[in-house]
Design a protein around this ligand. Structure first.
Ligand SMILES: [Zn+2]
Length: 139
């Protein structure tokens, strides 16, 4: 019995050593995004950035270096007319380097609130939901 236990222990040790650097050892979370190496500190999956608070879904309207802007439509009730009016909100979000190539203008993405990273950024991209029609935004 003791021999078997020892073998199991050694196997575990080998597994830990075999894991490549840069990829977190957390089970489940690391498998969401297929990345080789992500050294971004402000990445919710590979970095140390914690997410909390509000979650929004929206369309990417502009893309910058490590930053995107998304636009989302919501309904606001107007008491005088007892009807709803459409309202547009624009939010800037941090784009982790591991998602920089996969996220483009027109895509539907999911963002979550995090600590303020700069004057205008307090959200981070956590998921890509749909690839958008790029033609629509190029015109
Ligand atoms: Zn990452």
């Amino acid at each position: 019995m003791t021999e078997k236990k020892q073998i199991k222990m050694t196997e575990k040790k080998i597994d830990k050593k075999m894991a490549p650097k840069g990829i977190p050892s957390k089970e489940g979370e690391g498998n969401k995004l297929v990345v080789g190496t992500c050294t971004d500190v402000d990445c919710p999956v590979h970095g140390k950035l914690k997410t909390r608070g509000k979650v929004f879904k929206g369309t990417v309207t502009s893309k910058h270096h490590k930053r995107i802007a998304i636009e989302l439509e919501r309904l606001v009730y107007i008491r005088k007319y007892e009807r709803y009016a459409k309202s547009r909100t624009k939010i800037h979000a941090r784009l982790p380097t591991c998602m920089e190539k996969s996220v483009n203008i027109g895509d539907l993405i999911k963002i979550q609130e995090c600590r303020p990273l700069s004057k205008i950024i307090h959200f981070v991209v956590i998921d890509k939901l749909n690839a958008g029609e790029n033609k629509k935004w190029k015109q």
